[in-house]
Design a protein around this ligand. Structure first.
Ligand code: HEM
Length: 151
């Protein structure tokens, strides 16, 4: 009885962490969209760079807090049943998310919140690729959430 109760509490804790992460990801999506929209509307480069920095920090936090530990747990499933939909989505999400995260750091760190855009304007092409990879990672993460907790 005690074991069942402990398992129930544990699964509730995991579910709520997963839900918090889902909210995190939706906030990140909103920040990414706002960053690109403000850029297209008024060429506010500093605002664009700093909102991308915020999105990257939020993503890093959610990785350390929830996604990293969860991916470690899912690693067992990927090894045991590699040819299932959930394993495929897990691997795609992990790889694309990692590449997008590394590229984001590579774009943002040399800029370091300086007002001049000369530290980042040359990376426009990489920025577009990063955004596309980030979006795919984000939506595959939402799909993973649906596989794990809804379907
Ligand atoms: C994760 C990091 C970033 C991502 C995903 C990203 C994404 C993008 C995207 C998608 C565009 C093209 C928008 C369009 O042409 O409609 C763009 C343009 C641009 N970004 Fe970023 N960006 C990032 C970081 C930065 C940083 C740190 C700066 C430095 C201030 C910066 C400065 C610029 C500039 C100058 C342009 C060209 C805007 C223009 O044509 O006037 N970006 N970025």
């Amino acid at each position: 009885m005690e074991i069942i109760a402990t398992d129930l509490v544990r699964s509730l804790v995991y579910l709520s962490l997963a839900e918090i992460n889902l909210v995190f990801q939706i906030v990140i999506l909103a920040v990414l969209s706002a960053s690109v929209i403000t850029l297209r509307k008024g060429r506010h480069h500093f605002l664009h760079g700093s909102t991308m920095l915020i999105a990257t920090l939020l993503n890093a936090l959610s990785f350390i807090w929830v996604m990293g530990p969860s991916l470690l747990n899912l690693g067992r499933l990927v090894v045991d049943k590699p040819y299932t939909m959930i394993s495929t989505v897990t691997v795609a999400h992990g790889i694309l998310g990692a590449i997008a995260g590394i590229l984001a750091v590579w774009i943002i760190v040399p800029w370091r919140l300086r007002s001049s855009i000369r530290y980042c304007v040359g990376k426009r092409k990489t920025m577009k690729i990063t955004l596309v990879l980030w979006m795919i990672a984000l939506f595959s993460g939402i799909l993973l959430y649906a596989f794990l907790y809804i379907i």
